[in-house]
Ligand binder design. Structure first.
Ligand code: SF4
Ligand code: SF4
Length: 64
């Protein structure tokens, strides 16, 4: 699975567009900076594409 630091996220959607499993969506609420942020849903395979592409280093991949 992944952990997303929502306060660092600017809602650029790069992680959403590049997740091969479509596990990430955009929130319906904004964070403290006023951005819609990335939210993990389910189905992650820990491929790390999202963490590598995020320009703000908001995503941590956790293997269980
Ligand atoms: S690690 Fe891979 S499968 Fe998991 S959310 Fe990120 S891009 Fe998607
Ligand atoms: S790539 Fe990073 S900054 Fe962009 S939406 Fe995803 S978590 Fe947020």
């Amino acid at each position: 699975m992944i952990k997303i630091n929502k306060e660092y996220c600017k809602g650029c959607k790069l992680c959403i567009e590049n997740c091969p499993k479509k596990c990430i969506s955009l929130s319906k609420e904004v964070n403290d900076k006023g951005y819609f942020y990335a939210v993990y849903k389910e189905g992650c395979t820990s491929c790390k594409f999202c963490a590598l592409i995020c320009p703000d280093a908001c995503i941590e991949v956790i293997k269980e």
